[in-house]
Design a protein around this ligand. Structure first.
Ligand SMILES: Nc1ncnc2c1ncn2[C@@H]1O[C@H](COP(=O)(O)OP(=O)(O)OP(=O)(O)O)[C@@H](O)[C@H]1O
Length: 598
């Protein structure tokens, strides 16, 4: 199996150094002589007009007056490379000298992280792409086709990204055109950069009013994600993409001391990456205002809008001081997008484009999926057999990490303990562990000190951990979308991976959607699973509507159009395959209220 080929024998690795005091990840590796907090937007004449801009209208004065299309007109004019942002004279440049270089940070001990950029683009050649909405801007083929600005281009080179992934090819031009977007693309396909690049570039080029109050933070962009670890990861990525651009990225998440985050915010922030709970806290303390938000991105957007998070998201987006849709630009990203969530999400969007890249859920054929029938009582010994077999085949250690998903926090603790006493170094992550413990677990796993991580769904979404070779669904989730995200922790950025699921009667309600998903991904479906599937209906929260894509634009459903005189999106969507996406050309540029594809 291809994932096995890349395995090397485990080595004795030193563990993470003991910590005397808790230092949140985003504050680690800072120079010791950190400058004192400055009054406001320190280190940047943040929103002043002292940079040679891109001729963008100033929005000072009227709160909503900066209509999106107006202030982004700088993009249309091209602005040329370089310009004010890349000169070393503007206020933004002050402070860059003391910026920590994120490209040589301490994570070098995380094995082979640099290599992760060697993406196998052939794996994406045949990927189906579907877009719908009015006047969809055409995709690009290379990063040089997009004018993100020299400083961002330099960071793309430093990241060793040779060309954009399919989701980046399609979404970056859409975002740069100022359009709202709902994007559905398979796990591990580069969605983070897809929303970060246009935001950073837009902030570099825009001219924004000076923040009205000194001790309050007025971010221009807000990126929300459902877990602390994912927010930290997005923050780390965004720091790389914005290095030496003058754009300041700050992260705020629960479980870490709020005072450090407050101090960081006081130093100035352009892009705030946050988990919803901590952000609500900051808003209620009146330490953050959203009134200057121009960009809103929800990562794992379907999760952010499901029952657990929706009230908090509505509060943040609709009940505080954030500019409304049409004034701000809103981008929603996920690998899965159930229709009822799309319907909810449309409240947050204005005349948006829907994009689906890839088949339902996972990275198509990159992940080999296996389902094994295992009774509840046999699960541990079955896992042990798998792990022993891996060891015998040399598939273990720091180059071949194994992620085991379980249902409950107690179950995670118990399995971790059992694995350890049986000679398999394991660690665990779940919501009852302290933030320090969670981070320690993740680090031990990433470095290979504990090459087995037992996790609840807290680790199911977004985490990009190099060298996860095997995902085991020890307990299957109830929702097929959760399965998609879980197995997506392997087979990322063009690499292959293996996912094994333990199935028994308790999982009957998942049988049909699991069997459909596997079929769509050209996986071998065992005959016994097909029999289970034939007996069961789509149960529980399995809400996939069928079809080849991870989510179809719900606006194309007849129920959405009931009562309308024309079938607004009835003409169908643009569909294309691979990089030669011819479909959009016919429709691009077509104007009017009716569908461009009628
Ligand atoms: N253009 C590119 N070239 C090479 N590697 C890339 C490129 N874009 C992103 N990557 C790498 O691909 C990996 C996956 O990216 P990312 O974490 O953004 O995926 P994702 O689509 O958000 O996944 P998920 O759905 O699991 O959240 C990362 O390691 C990232 O550095």
């Amino acid at each position: 199996m291809s994932w096995a080929d890349s395995v090397s024998v485990a080595e004795n690795l030193a563990g993470a150094p003991p910590k005397s005091a808790y230092v949140p990840p985003h504050l680690r590796n800072r120079p010791s002589a950190d400058p004192p907090a400055q009054a406001s937007y320190a280190g940047t004449a943040a929103f002043g007009n002292d940079h040679g801009g891109y001729g963008v209208p100033n929005v000072v004065g009227s709160r909503w007056s900066g209509q999106r299309n107006e202030y982004q007109s700088g993009f249309a004019g091209g602005g040329g490379r370089g310009g004010g942002w890349n000169s070393r004279s503007g206020g933004w440049d002050r402070g860059r000298d003391r910026e920590v270089n994120p490209f040589k940070d301490a994570d070098s001990e995380v094995v082979g992280e640099q290599e992760s950029s060697a993406i196998n683009f052939d794996a994406y050649e045949d990927i189906p792409v579907e877009t719908s909405g009015e006047n969809v801007p055409p995709p690009v083929n290379t990063f040089s086709d997009i004018d993100l600005g020299e400083a961002v281009d330099e960071n793309i080179r430093r990241c060793k990204y040779v060309k954009p992934t399919p989701v980046q090819r399609h979404t970056i031009p859409i975002s740069l055109a100022g359009r709202d977007l709902m994007a559905c693309a398979q796990t591990g396909s580069g969605k983070t950069a897809a929303f970060c690049f246009p935001i950073i570039s837009g902030i570099m080029r825009g001219q924004f009013p000076r923040p009205p109050r000194p001790r309050m933070a007025f971010p221009l962009a807000l990126i929300l994600s459902p877990t602390r670890e994912l927010s930290c990861q997005i923050h780390d990525e965004a720091k790389k993409f914005s290095y030496q651009t003058g754009v300041k990225v700050v992260v705020a998440y629960g479980g870490a001391p709020i005072n450090q985050q407050l101090r960081e915010l006081e130093r100035g922030v352009h892009i705030l990456v946050a988990t919803p709970g901590r952000l609500v806290d900051l808003l209620e303390r009146a330490r953050v205002s959203l009134q200057m938000i121009r960009y809103l991105a929800l990562d794992e957007a379907d999760r952010m809008l499901d029952m657990g998070f929706e009230p908090q998201i509505r509060k943040i987006v609709q009940q505080m001081d954030m500019p409304p849709p049409g004034v701000r630009q809103t981008m929603l990203f996920s690998a899965t997008f159930p229709k009822e969530i799309q319907r909810l999400a449309s409240d947050f969007l204005s005349n948006y484009i829907f994009l689906a890249v890839g088949r339902v859920g996972s990275s198509t054929d990159l992940i080999v999926q296996r389902v094994e029938y295992v009774q509840e009582t046999d699960k541990r010994s079955h896992l042990m057999d798998l792990l022993h077999a891996q060891k015998e085949n040399g598939v273990h250690g720091k180059q071949a990490l194994t992620l085991v998903f379980v249902e409950t926090k107690k179950g995670a603790d118990a399995l971790e303990h059992w694995l350890c006493i049986n000679g398999f170094p394991a660690t665990a992550i779940h919501g009852d562990r302290t933030q320090q413990e969670r981070e320690h677990a993740l680090r031990s796993f990433k470095t290979g000190k504990a090459p087995i991580l037992v996790a609840t769904d807290v680790a199911a979404r977004g985490l990009d951990i190099p060298h996860v070779a095997h995902v085991v669904n020890f307990d299957l989730p109830n929702d097929i979308d959760d399965y998609v995200h879980r197995i997506g922790r392997t087979g990322r950025a063009g690499k292959t991976g293996l996912a094994t699921a333990f199935f028994n009667e308790n999982n009957s309600s998942l049988a049909r959607s699991l069997s459909d998903l596997m079929q769509e991904a050209n996986q071998e479906v065992p005959a016994w699973l097909s029999r289970f599937a034939a007996r069961s209906s789509y149960g529980g929260k399995n809400r996939r509507g069928g079809g080849r894509f991870g989510g179809r634009d719900f606006r194309r459903d007849s129920s959405y159009n009931r009562g309308a005189t024309t079938d607004y999106y009835g003409g169908g969507a643009n569909m294309s395959s691979g990089y030669a996406s011819g479909g959009y050309n016919a429709s691009y540029g077509a104007a009017g209220v009716t569908s461009a594809w009628d």
